[in-house]
Write a new protein. Structure first.
Length: 302
């Protein structure tokens, strides 16, 4: 039994072009109930989480957060159900539902419908994630950790990388690669400790009060641009920032070295604004070695 869509009347609010069913005819809700159940389970597993589920279900249907979750469920359910809705099983095999008044849709129209459903679902997903960030209960739940593991917690990363279709599917692949790039940049330039702070501040930017300072905001924006450049596969000539550092292994793509130099210089010149970087092992990579005389060495300087 689904928890967000519980009746045919409720479902029809999201189906403006559906015909009314007559008495004795199977309702739309009954026809796609299995797919509604699957879609709802997916939404609660991927986005909502068990800890926050009771609060979401207690909301009024018109609450923006619940509305977005319901929209995702409905569009996802129809995407899963469409391939089967015009087929019936007969003693002689599968047949197409048709009568004298309504002809089955062409494959092209079905493809357009599926594309439209996916686009609408992805828009609803983006709105759902944004609204979840604004909820203090969800922000304290374990589910938030999955989204806060990168500088790109929403699916706009797909848009930034040039993908305007299949945004959720593309985001999943891009997110994994973005985390790898971010970790490499952290280990060799800004430190894992400082990256964790930046990721947290990106999440806070979705609330009314951001905790990021102007220096942090500037660095975060530069880092996001560098990651997008790497994900896009743009080749930018690199001159070594340090002789011992080679970033060409970053997913086989190169990133703008001047931006990295600017970031490190800014953090070193404003150490009080970046204490996590200053106290990290990564910071030591940018300190030149100090020469010390040793009497036992081959040469000794007075």
């Amino acid at each position: 039994m689904t928890r967000l869509i519980t009746s045919d009347q409720q479902l029809r609010r999201y189906l403006p072009n559906a015909f009314d069913t007559v008495e004795g005819e199977t309702t739309f809700h009954e026809k796609i109930l299995p797919w509604l159940d699957q879609a709802e389970r997916w939404v609660f597993t991927q986005f909502i989480g068990d800890d926050f589920a009771p609060e979401l279900l207690a909301m009024e249907e018109t609450e923006p957060l619940r509305t977005c979750a319901t929209l995702v469920v409905v569009h996802e359910a129809f995407m899963r159900a469409v391939p089967s809705l015009d087929l019936v099983l007969t003693p002689n095999g599968f047949g197409i539902v048709s009568n004298q008044n309504i002809a089955p849709a062409s494959p092209h129209r079905i493809s357009r419908l599926l594309g439209s459903l996916e686009t609408s679902r992805d828009i609803a997903i983006e709105q759902l994630i944004h609204n979840l960030f604004l909820n203090s209960t969800w922000s304290a739940s374990p589910k938030r950790q999955w989204f806060s593991a990168t500088l790109f917690p929403n699916i706009d990363l797909a848009n930034l990388c040039g993908f305007t279709e299949h945004r959720w599917a593309n985001y999943l692949g891009l997110r994994y690669k973005a985390i790898e790039v971010e970790q490499r940049l952290a280990e060799e330039y800004i430190s894992p400790e400082q990256l964790a702070v930046f990721r947290s501040e990106v999440m806070s930017a979705f609330t009314d009060i951001s905790v990021a300072t102007s220096h942090h905001t500037r660095v975060i924006e530069q880092l996001r641009q560098i990651v997008v450049t790497a994900l896009q596969g743009n080749q930018v000539p690199i001159q070594s920032l340090r002789d011992i550092v080679d970033l060409t292994a970053l997913q086989g793509n190169q990133v703008p070295i001047q931006s990295l130099r600017d970031i490190v210089d800014l953090m070193r010149k404003n150490e009080t604004s970046f204490p996590h970087f200053r106290n990290s092992n990564t910071y030591k990579l940018f300190e030149p070695p100090i020469f010390e005389n040793q009497k036992t060495a081959g040469g000794y300087w007075f």
